[in-house]
Design a binder for this molecule. Structure first.
Ligand code: NDP
Length: 318
Protein backbone atom coordinates (compact mmCIF):
# COMPACT_ATOMS: atom_id res chain seq x y z
CA UNK A 1 0.00 0.00 0.00
CA UNK A 2 2.84 2.40 0.79
CA UNK A 3 4.02 2.29 -2.85
CA UNK A 4 0.92 4.19 -3.94
CA UNK A 5 1.56 7.88 -3.48
CA UNK A 6 -1.83 9.23 -4.63
CA UNK A 7 -4.77 8.78 -2.26
CA UNK A 8 -7.20 9.39 -5.12
CA UNK A 9 -5.92 6.39 -7.07
CA UNK A 10 -6.56 3.87 -4.34
CA UNK A 11 -9.75 1.76 -4.21
CA UNK A 12 -11.10 -0.53 -1.48
CA UNK A 13 -13.41 -3.51 -2.14
CA UNK A 14 -16.79 -4.13 -0.52
CA UNK A 15 -17.88 -7.59 0.67
CA UNK A 16 -20.01 -7.80 -2.50
CA UNK A 17 -16.96 -7.29 -4.76
CA UNK A 18 -17.81 -3.71 -5.80
CA UNK A 19 -15.12 -1.08 -5.42
CA UNK A 20 -15.03 2.33 -3.74
CA UNK A 21 -12.41 5.09 -4.06
CA UNK A 22 -10.57 5.53 -0.74
CA UNK A 23 -10.76 9.32 -0.95
CA UNK A 24 -13.99 11.25 -1.44
CA UNK A 25 -15.05 14.88 -1.28
CA UNK A 26 -17.39 15.81 1.58
CA UNK A 27 -20.10 18.33 0.67
CA UNK A 28 -21.91 19.23 3.92
CA UNK A 29 -21.48 22.93 3.26
CA UNK A 30 -23.44 25.68 4.96
CA UNK A 31 -24.50 29.24 4.17
CA UNK A 32 -22.42 30.93 1.50
CA UNK A 33 -20.34 27.79 1.09
CA UNK A 34 -23.34 25.99 -0.46
CA UNK A 35 -22.86 27.71 -3.87
CA UNK A 36 -19.09 27.23 -3.59
CA UNK A 37 -19.73 23.48 -3.65
CA UNK A 38 -20.02 23.67 -7.45
CA UNK A 39 -16.43 24.82 -7.95
CA UNK A 40 -15.25 22.47 -5.19
CA UNK A 41 -16.68 19.45 -7.02
CA UNK A 42 -15.07 20.54 -10.28
CA UNK A 43 -11.72 21.19 -8.60
CA UNK A 44 -11.82 17.81 -6.88
CA UNK A 45 -12.65 15.87 -10.01
CA UNK A 46 -9.95 17.72 -11.99
CA UNK A 47 -7.51 16.86 -9.16
CA UNK A 48 -8.35 13.18 -9.62
CA UNK A 49 -11.09 12.55 -7.03
CA UNK A 50 -13.66 10.00 -8.21
CA UNK A 51 -15.89 9.92 -5.12
CA UNK A 52 -18.41 12.52 -3.93
CA UNK A 53 -20.25 12.20 -0.60
CA UNK A 54 -23.54 14.01 -0.16
CA UNK A 55 -26.91 13.64 1.58
CA UNK A 56 -30.51 14.75 1.19
CA UNK A 57 -30.18 17.05 4.22
CA UNK A 58 -27.10 18.94 3.02
CA UNK A 59 -29.01 21.09 0.52
CA UNK A 60 -26.04 20.83 -1.84
CA UNK A 61 -27.30 18.11 -4.17
CA UNK A 62 -28.68 20.55 -6.76
CA UNK A 63 -25.34 22.42 -6.80
CA UNK A 64 -23.40 19.17 -7.20
CA UNK A 65 -25.85 18.35 -10.01
CA UNK A 66 -24.90 21.59 -11.79
CA UNK A 67 -21.19 20.78 -11.52
CA UNK A 68 -21.71 17.22 -12.78
CA UNK A 69 -23.85 18.37 -15.71
CA UNK A 70 -21.10 20.73 -16.89
CA UNK A 71 -18.34 18.17 -16.37
CA UNK A 72 -20.30 15.51 -18.28
CA UNK A 73 -21.23 17.89 -21.11
CA UNK A 74 -17.64 19.10 -21.45
CA UNK A 75 -16.45 15.49 -21.58
CA UNK A 76 -14.20 15.94 -18.53
CA UNK A 77 -15.54 12.85 -16.76
CA UNK A 78 -18.05 10.08 -17.39
CA UNK A 79 -20.75 9.08 -14.92
CA UNK A 80 -19.46 5.50 -14.79
CA UNK A 81 -16.06 6.72 -13.58
CA UNK A 82 -17.56 8.38 -10.50
CA UNK A 83 -18.72 6.99 -7.17
CA UNK A 84 -21.56 9.06 -5.71
CA UNK A 85 -22.98 8.49 -2.24
CA UNK A 86 -26.17 9.99 -0.87
CA UNK A 87 -28.13 9.39 2.30
CA UNK A 88 -31.81 9.11 3.06
CA UNK A 89 -33.06 12.35 4.64
CA UNK A 90 -33.79 11.74 8.30
CA UNK A 91 -37.17 13.48 7.96
CA UNK A 92 -37.88 11.04 5.11
CA UNK A 93 -36.46 8.01 6.91
CA UNK A 94 -39.80 6.24 6.76
CA UNK A 95 -40.29 7.03 3.05
CA UNK A 96 -36.84 6.31 1.59
CA UNK A 97 -38.12 6.07 -1.98
CA UNK A 98 -39.19 9.74 -1.92
CA UNK A 99 -35.78 10.71 -0.55
CA UNK A 100 -33.88 8.67 -3.14
CA UNK A 101 -35.88 10.05 -6.05
CA UNK A 102 -35.46 13.65 -4.87
CA UNK A 103 -31.71 13.13 -4.55
CA UNK A 104 -31.40 11.56 -8.01
CA UNK A 105 -33.41 14.38 -9.53
CA UNK A 106 -31.33 17.13 -7.91
CA UNK A 107 -28.04 15.41 -8.65
CA UNK A 108 -29.20 14.92 -12.25
CA UNK A 109 -28.10 11.29 -12.33
CA UNK A 110 -29.87 7.97 -12.88
CA UNK A 111 -28.27 6.02 -10.04
CA UNK A 112 -26.26 6.38 -6.85
CA UNK A 113 -23.30 4.14 -6.19
CA UNK A 114 -24.14 4.05 -2.50
CA UNK A 115 -27.32 4.80 -0.57
CA UNK A 116 -26.96 5.14 3.20
CA UNK A 117 -29.39 5.22 6.08
CA UNK A 118 -28.15 8.53 7.52
CA UNK A 119 -28.81 7.83 11.20
CA UNK A 120 -30.45 4.91 12.96
CA UNK A 121 -33.20 7.34 13.86
CA UNK A 122 -35.80 9.60 12.31
CA UNK A 123 -36.97 13.14 12.92
CA UNK A 124 -40.56 14.16 12.79
CA UNK A 125 -41.51 14.94 9.19
CA UNK A 126 -42.95 18.31 10.04
CA UNK A 127 -44.51 19.04 6.66
CA UNK A 128 -47.09 16.43 7.52
CA UNK A 129 -47.93 18.45 10.61
CA UNK A 130 -47.90 21.77 8.83
CA UNK A 131 -49.45 20.45 5.66
CA UNK A 132 -46.68 21.90 3.50
CA UNK A 133 -44.98 20.32 0.51
CA UNK A 134 -41.96 18.14 1.23
CA UNK A 135 -39.29 20.79 1.47
CA UNK A 136 -35.69 20.52 2.60
CA UNK A 137 -35.97 23.84 4.40
CA UNK A 138 -38.17 22.09 6.93
CA UNK A 139 -35.70 19.33 7.66
CA UNK A 140 -33.91 21.33 10.36
CA UNK A 141 -36.79 21.08 12.80
CA UNK A 142 -37.01 18.59 15.59
CA UNK A 143 -33.31 17.86 15.86
CA UNK A 144 -33.93 17.28 19.54
CA UNK A 145 -36.85 14.96 19.14
CA UNK A 146 -36.31 11.79 17.22
CA UNK A 147 -39.56 10.00 16.62
CA UNK A 148 -39.92 6.41 17.68
CA UNK A 149 -38.19 4.71 14.82
CA UNK A 150 -37.64 1.09 13.97
CA UNK A 151 -34.23 1.43 12.31
CA UNK A 152 -34.17 -2.23 11.27
CA UNK A 153 -37.57 -1.96 9.61
CA UNK A 154 -36.49 1.08 7.63
CA UNK A 155 -33.13 -0.43 6.71
CA UNK A 156 -35.27 -3.19 5.24
CA UNK A 157 -37.14 -0.52 3.26
CA UNK A 158 -33.76 0.51 1.81
CA UNK A 159 -33.05 -3.15 1.03
CA UNK A 160 -36.37 -3.24 -0.83
CA UNK A 161 -35.28 -0.25 -2.94
CA UNK A 162 -31.98 -1.98 -3.68
CA UNK A 163 -33.81 -5.11 -4.83
CA UNK A 164 -36.58 -3.31 -6.70
CA UNK A 165 -34.43 -0.69 -8.45
CA UNK A 166 -30.96 -2.18 -9.05
CA UNK A 167 -30.59 0.34 -11.88
CA UNK A 168 -30.91 3.19 -9.34
CA UNK A 169 -29.08 1.86 -6.26
CA UNK A 170 -25.77 0.01 -6.66
CA UNK A 171 -24.84 -0.54 -2.98
CA UNK A 172 -26.49 0.09 0.38
CA UNK A 173 -25.11 0.90 3.79
CA UNK A 174 -25.56 2.70 7.07
CA UNK A 175 -24.17 5.67 8.93
CA UNK A 176 -23.74 6.57 12.59
CA UNK A 177 -24.24 2.99 13.75
CA UNK A 178 -22.68 2.02 17.08
CA UNK A 179 -21.79 -1.62 17.75
CA UNK A 180 -25.10 -2.13 19.56
CA UNK A 181 -27.15 -0.89 16.60
CA UNK A 182 -25.08 -2.95 14.15
CA UNK A 183 -25.46 -6.11 16.21
CA UNK A 184 -29.25 -5.75 16.04
CA UNK A 185 -29.21 -4.96 12.33
CA UNK A 186 -26.92 -7.83 11.35
CA UNK A 187 -29.31 -10.35 12.91
CA UNK A 188 -32.03 -9.32 10.50
CA UNK A 189 -30.48 -7.72 7.42
CA UNK A 190 -30.85 -9.59 4.16
CA UNK A 191 -28.18 -7.45 2.49
CA UNK A 192 -25.39 -6.66 4.91
CA UNK A 193 -24.42 -2.96 4.69
CA UNK A 194 -21.25 -2.44 2.64
CA UNK A 195 -20.28 0.60 4.71
CA UNK A 196 -20.81 2.21 8.08
CA UNK A 197 -20.02 5.94 7.82
CA UNK A 198 -19.00 7.32 11.22
CA UNK A 199 -17.16 10.23 12.81
CA UNK A 200 -13.55 9.13 13.02
CA UNK A 201 -10.21 10.89 13.48
CA UNK A 202 -7.28 10.92 15.94
CA UNK A 203 -9.44 12.66 18.56
CA UNK A 204 -12.13 9.94 18.20
CA UNK A 205 -10.30 6.81 17.12
CA UNK A 206 -13.06 4.33 18.12
CA UNK A 207 -10.87 1.32 17.37
CA UNK A 208 -13.35 -1.09 18.95
CA UNK A 209 -16.14 0.07 16.63
CA UNK A 210 -13.86 0.00 13.57
CA UNK A 211 -12.80 -3.55 14.48
CA UNK A 212 -16.40 -4.67 14.89
CA UNK A 213 -17.17 -3.40 11.39
CA UNK A 214 -14.12 -4.93 9.74
CA UNK A 215 -14.60 -8.24 11.58
CA UNK A 216 -18.07 -8.33 10.00
CA UNK A 217 -16.84 -7.44 6.50
CA UNK A 218 -18.21 -3.88 6.61
CA UNK A 219 -15.93 -1.08 5.42
CA UNK A 220 -15.74 2.11 7.46
CA UNK A 221 -15.92 5.63 6.06
CA UNK A 222 -14.48 8.37 8.29
CA UNK A 223 -16.45 11.59 8.32
CA UNK A 224 -15.29 14.92 9.79
CA UNK A 225 -11.59 13.92 9.53
CA UNK A 226 -10.54 17.52 10.29
CA UNK A 227 -12.97 17.69 13.23
CA UNK A 228 -15.46 19.68 11.11
CA UNK A 229 -15.76 23.52 11.32
CA UNK A 230 -12.52 25.18 12.29
CA UNK A 231 -10.57 21.96 11.68
CA UNK A 232 -9.49 21.38 15.33
CA UNK A 233 -7.70 18.14 14.39
CA UNK A 234 -5.33 20.08 12.12
CA UNK A 235 -3.94 21.68 15.31
CA UNK A 236 -3.09 18.44 17.15
CA UNK A 237 0.65 18.75 18.01
CA UNK A 238 1.49 15.25 16.69
CA UNK A 239 -0.32 15.98 13.42
CA UNK A 240 1.71 19.19 13.03
CA UNK A 241 4.91 17.32 13.88
CA UNK A 242 4.19 14.64 11.27
CA UNK A 243 3.31 17.27 8.66
CA UNK A 244 6.70 18.84 9.33
CA UNK A 245 8.48 15.46 9.16
CA UNK A 246 6.88 14.45 5.84
CA UNK A 247 6.93 18.01 4.44
CA UNK A 248 3.22 17.95 3.85
CA UNK A 249 -0.01 19.50 5.19
CA UNK A 250 -1.84 18.51 8.41
CA UNK A 251 -4.81 17.72 6.13
CA UNK A 252 -2.79 15.12 4.20
CA UNK A 253 -1.66 13.55 7.49
CA UNK A 254 -5.27 13.37 8.71
CA UNK A 255 -6.54 11.72 5.52
CA UNK A 256 -3.56 9.36 5.23
CA UNK A 257 -4.16 8.28 8.85
CA UNK A 258 -7.41 6.65 7.68
CA UNK A 259 -6.40 5.31 4.29
CA UNK A 260 -3.31 3.62 5.75
CA UNK A 261 -5.68 1.78 8.14
CA UNK A 262 -8.05 0.65 5.36
CA UNK A 263 -10.64 3.32 6.11
CA UNK A 264 -12.28 5.51 3.44
CA UNK A 265 -12.08 9.25 4.14
CA UNK A 266 -14.27 12.14 2.91
CA UNK A 267 -12.74 15.48 3.93
CA UNK A 268 -14.81 18.53 3.07
CA UNK A 269 -13.35 21.67 1.61
CA UNK A 270 -14.24 24.41 -0.82
CA UNK A 271 -10.63 25.62 -0.79
CA UNK A 272 -8.67 24.65 -3.91
CA UNK A 273 -5.36 24.16 -2.12
CA UNK A 274 -6.87 21.97 0.62
CA UNK A 275 -8.84 19.91 -1.89
CA UNK A 276 -5.59 19.12 -3.70
CA UNK A 277 -3.46 18.59 -0.56
CA UNK A 278 -5.24 15.42 0.47
CA UNK A 279 -4.58 13.61 -2.79
CA UNK A 280 -1.12 13.03 -1.33
CA UNK A 281 -0.89 9.71 0.52
CA UNK A 282 1.69 9.80 3.31
CA UNK A 283 3.19 6.42 4.32
CA UNK A 284 2.72 6.82 8.08
CA UNK A 285 4.48 4.09 10.07
CA UNK A 286 2.72 1.60 12.39
CA UNK A 287 4.17 3.49 15.38
CA UNK A 288 2.85 6.81 14.09
CA UNK A 289 -0.63 5.35 13.48
CA UNK A 290 -0.59 3.86 16.97
CA UNK A 291 0.38 7.22 18.51
CA UNK A 292 -2.40 8.99 16.59
CA UNK A 293 -4.96 6.38 17.67
CA UNK A 294 -3.93 6.75 21.32
CA UNK A 295 -4.88 10.47 21.34
CA UNK A 296 -8.57 9.69 20.94
CA UNK A 297 -8.45 6.75 23.32
CA UNK A 298 -7.08 8.83 26.14
CA UNK A 299 -9.34 11.83 25.58
CA UNK A 300 -12.14 11.10 23.09
CA UNK A 301 -13.69 14.19 21.51
CA UNK A 302 -16.74 14.08 19.26
CA UNK A 303 -17.46 17.17 17.15
CA UNK A 304 -20.71 16.13 15.41
CA UNK A 305 -23.13 15.59 18.26
CA UNK A 306 -26.78 16.38 17.56
CA UNK A 307 -28.89 16.19 20.71
CA UNK A 308 -30.75 13.11 19.55
CA UNK A 309 -27.48 11.12 19.64
CA UNK A 310 -27.44 11.34 23.42
CA UNK A 311 -30.95 9.91 23.53
CA UNK A 312 -29.79 7.04 21.35
CA UNK A 313 -27.09 6.22 23.89
CA UNK A 314 -24.05 6.78 21.67
CA UNK A 315 -20.67 7.03 23.39
CA UNK A 316 -18.49 10.12 23.92
CA UNK A 317 -21.34 12.64 23.50
CA UNK A 318 -20.12 16.07 24.72
P1 NDP B 1 -14.23 18.11 7.94
O1 NDP B 1 -13.68 17.47 9.16
O2 NDP B 1 -13.96 17.51 6.62
O3 NDP B 1 -13.75 19.63 8.02
C1 NDP B 1 -14.10 20.53 7.04
C2 NDP B 1 -14.00 21.95 7.53
O4 NDP B 1 -12.68 22.25 7.94
C3 NDP B 1 -14.34 22.90 6.41
O5 NDP B 1 -15.11 23.94 6.94
C4 NDP B 1 -12.99 23.40 5.94
O6 NDP B 1 -13.08 24.71 5.43
C5 NDP B 1 -12.21 23.38 7.22
N1 NDP B 1 -10.78 23.16 7.05
C6 NDP B 1 -10.19 22.14 6.40
N2 NDP B 1 -8.84 22.22 6.55
C7 NDP B 1 -8.61 23.30 7.29
C8 NDP B 1 -7.42 23.88 7.80
N3 NDP B 1 -6.23 23.32 7.56
N4 NDP B 1 -7.53 25.00 8.56
C9 NDP B 1 -8.74 25.55 8.81
N5 NDP B 1 -9.89 25.05 8.36
C10 NDP B 1 -9.83 23.92 7.61
O7 NDP B 1 -15.80 18.31 8.17
P2 NDP B 1 -17.20 17.73 7.80
O8 NDP B 1 -17.96 17.69 9.07
O9 NDP B 1 -17.73 18.48 6.67
O10 NDP B 1 -16.99 16.20 7.37
C11 NDP B 1 -16.61 15.81 6.06
C12 NDP B 1 -17.78 15.21 5.29
O11 NDP B 1 -18.27 14.04 5.94
C13 NDP B 1 -19.03 16.11 5.21
O12 NDP B 1 -18.86 17.18 4.32
C14 NDP B 1 -20.07 15.10 4.82
O13 NDP B 1 -19.96 14.80 3.44
C15 NDP B 1 -19.68 13.92 5.70
N6 NDP B 1 -20.39 13.91 7.00
C16 NDP B 1 -21.28 12.89 7.26
C17 NDP B 1 -21.99 12.84 8.43
C18 NDP B 1 -22.96 11.73 8.69
O14 NDP B 1 -23.80 11.85 9.60
N7 NDP B 1 -22.90 10.66 7.94
C19 NDP B 1 -21.84 13.88 9.48
C20 NDP B 1 -20.83 14.88 9.14
C21 NDP B 1 -20.14 14.87 7.96
P3 NDP B 1 -12.85 25.01 3.85
O15 NDP B 1 -14.03 24.46 3.13
O16 NDP B 1 -12.75 26.50 3.81
O17 NDP B 1 -11.56 24.32 3.47
Amino acid sequence: MTEIKKANELYFTFHNGNKVPALGLGTANHGDKIPQTKEAVKTAIRAGYRHIDTAWVYETEHIIGEALKELFEDGEIKREDLFITTKIGTPLAETPEISLNQSLKELGIDYVDLLLQHWPTSRKPIWKVEGVEIDRKHNKANNKNPVEYDFVKYYKAIEDLYEKYPEKVKNIGVSNYSTEFLEKLLKEAKHKPVINQIELHPNLSQRDLVKFNTDNGILVTAYSPLGSSGAPNAKIPLVLELAEKYKTSPNAILSSYHINQGVIVIPKSVNEERIKQVTELIPLTEEELEALNKIGEENPQRFIAPEFGRKLGFKHWP
